[in-house]
Design a protein around this ligand. Structure first.
Ligand SMILES: CCCCC/C=C\CCCC/C=C/C(=O)SCCNC(=O)CCNC(=O)[C@H](O)C(C)(C)COP(=O)(O)OP(=O)(O)OC[C@H]1O[C@@H](n2cnc3c(N)ncnc32)[C@H](O)[C@@H]1OP(=O)(O)O
Length: 286
């Protein structure tokens, strides 16, 4: 069985790796919008930092996609802890302003960047631990589910889930599949059909997250788990991850154009645009 999982799905990236010799990265990378801290040669902490809610617009998605490529190019790096520096929110998903009164060309670029992000994250052979410091909504929830393990803060007010259906959106099949692979078919059906939002204890019971810890222990516990997992034989871990995920991944990789067209058509629908306008206004009114 091939273990070159990432390269299989990203031939251009493979080409890049082949033509650009690996260079040692600086100890940490800081931009205004995220922060990467290399804790050791083996793992890093990747903190999103786009207040107020780490919403994902095109420019941010492109930036994050480049960083995922950067991680992938580092052969010594085994794992990444994905978290947020924004108080009380991990991610509120796609920036709704990208979807409301949008130009089709821009919307297409946004959706391709969303697809890229999911493919890179779900298809990565590295270990990804989501350290969920706050709300985890919509695409934010799909991102968390695409990690290998989820640890969430013990705060009853913190929400996790996908409420697309309330706005008239049928979640894309790769989001559904990611959720099915996390909590099973029946719970996914209920969750998406009835726009369920969970607090951490409900999410734990469902298997949507794996652990709850107090906020002061979120990173230390995530690092503890990461260190344990870094000791697992790398090749076998990577091969296992590939064999568990390749079927789901392939369904989007081989179907990207249809997924793009479905997203554009449904988002441009006047009824959905109307709903989005009202939803945005309700968020602003709070
Ligand atoms: C449009 C919904 C589609 C759902 C589709 C779901 C699944 C399909 C998956 C694939 C497609 C993915 C699409 C998406 O991800 S669309 C994004 C959907 N996200 C949400 O519905 C979350 C909305 N936000 C909230 O519920 C709350 O903001 C919160 C995250 C719980 C945080 O609450 P709080 O701390 O009280 O902050 P505020 O609500 O006051 O928000 C602060 C400001 O941020 C603006 N905001 C919030 N979320 C977004 C967003 N996603 N995009 C753009 N802007 C956002 C909010 O309006 C406030 O702005 P203001 O400071 O100017 O008033």
């Amino acid at each position: 069985m091939s273990i070159n999982f990432y390269s299989k799905f990203f031939p251009l990236i493979k080409k890049g790796v082949a033509s650009v010799p690996f260079q040692l990265r600086p100890l940490s990378t800081r931009t205004d919008l995220f922060n990467v801290e290399n804790k050791s040669e083996e793992y890093a902490i990747f903190r999103l930092n786009k207040p107020p809610v780490n919403s994902l617009n095109l420019e941010y998605l492109n930036l994050l996609n480049n960083q995922l490529d950067e991680f992938e190019r580092n052969p010594k790096l085994k794992g990444i802890i994905l978290t947020s520096d924004v108080k009380s929110t991990f991610s509120a998903g796609v920036d709704i302003l990208e979807m409301y009164k949008c130009e089709p060309k821009r919307l297409e670029a946004v959706w391709r960047a969303v697809q890229d992000f999911w493919i890179k994250l779900y298809g990565s052979k590295k270990i990804y631990i989501a350290a969920l410091n706050g709300h985890v909504l919509a695409l934010g929830c799909a991102i968390a589910m695409s990690c290998d393990y989820r640890i969430m803060v013990d705060n009853d007010k913190t929400k996790i889930g996908i409420t697309a259906v309330l706005l008239g959106i049928n979640a894309p099949s790769w989001v559904k599949n990611t959720m099915i692979n996390t909590i099973g078919f029946r719970e996914t059906e209920k969750s998406l059909k009835f726009a369920k939002i969970y607090n951490p204890h409900q999410a734990l019971k469902l298997g949507l997250i794996d652990e709850i810890v107090s906020s002061d222990k979120l990173l230390s516990r995530s690092e503890e788990v990461m260190k344990t997992w870094c000791k697992i034989p790398t090749l076998a871990r990577e091969m296992t991850k590939e064999s568990m995920r390749s079927e789901t991944l392939g369904k989007l990789v081989n179907n990207r154009e249809v997924d793009v067209q479905e997203f554009i058509t449904s988002t441009m629908d006047p009824h959905l645009q109307d709903n989005l306008g009202k939803y945005l206004a309700s968020l602003k009114k709070k």
